[in-house]
Design a protein around this ligand. Structure first.
Ligand code: TYD
Length: 232
């Protein structure tokens, strides 16, 4: 078994995950802990290629419409690669891995958003990811409309700066995002031990210190259970 802690961040586009990951990584590193951060899709050379295909809204002009099942399978191809190449080795060395999105995203976006259903996603997770789940998931779930507004503004800025866009998902309408949002709530209900939900819109620093508290509590639990098994 691994000794590190695997933490994933989930939420809608524009929910503030990336900022919170940055804060948490800095706080944990300041305590002298080893931290590895990555995002999905992406985070490996193969994953970056997959990301470009999946996220650029111009992909479909070149490749044709991407079937929902193909989208799901590509998300999992990316995930399998980052598990083997980055996540599992880092955990084996005792690092804290902070991953921006993981299988809950596939369940919310492909399962509910695209309508493939949770069962298929969870079966694929078993087959491709050996059912590996994070020790903790931070789900940032502010109001739907404020997330969408932030995501759309950010993508406009990205397109102006880089000449590429990552808009394929942001072009989806409010119905799609309502299904994604609802599915996240359902996952949180189902997995209440693993998933910590932050639903209010407190200032960035206030949310960051709440997340740090939750992570400290989880690390203490792990240390206590390691001590118990050493005594036995
Ligand atoms: P990204 O720019 O990383 O999103 P954000 O910073 O807003 O989290 O884009 C990732 C996009 O890919 C996002 O719209 C959600 C989508 N996605 C899925 O649909 N399924 C998945 O399994 C994953 C990992 C991401």
């Amino acid at each position: 078994m691994s000794h590190g802690l695997f933490i994933t961040f989930e939420g809608l586009d524009g929910s503030g995950k990336t900022t919170q990951i940055r804060h948490l990584a800095a706080a944990l590193e300041a305590e002298g802990r080893r931290v590895v951060t990555l995002r999905q899709p992406g985070g490996t050379a193969l994953g970056d290629r997959i990301r470009a295909v999946l996220l650029d809204s111009r992909s479909e002009a070149e490749l044709g419409a991407i079937a929902p099942e193909a989208e799901m399978a590509l998300m999992f191809a990316d995930r399998a690669q980052s598990l083997r190449e980055v996540i599992l080795p880092a955990l084996a060395e005792g690092a804290i891995v902070l991953c921006d999105r993981y299988t809950d995203s596939s369940e919310a976006y492909q399962g509910a958003g695209r309508g493939l259903g949770s069962e298929r996603i969870l079966a694929m997770h078993k087959a491709v990811c050996n059912d590996i789940q994070p020790g903790l998931t931070v789900l940032l779930l502010p109001r739907l409309q404020s997330s969408l507004y932030r995501a759309r503004r950010r993508n406009e800025r990205h397109a102006q700066k880089h000449g590429t866009d990552e808009n394929r998902f942001e072009r989806e309408g409010d119905d799609f995002y309502t299904r994604v949002h609802e599915q996240y709530r359902e996952i949180a209900r189902r997995e209440e031990k693993r998933v910590v939900v932050i639903a209010d819109e407190a200032p960035i620093e206030a949310i960051a210190s709440r997340i740090l508290e939750v992570v400290h509590a989880r690390l203490e639990e792990m240390a206590a259970s390691a001590e118990r098994s050493a005594v036995q």
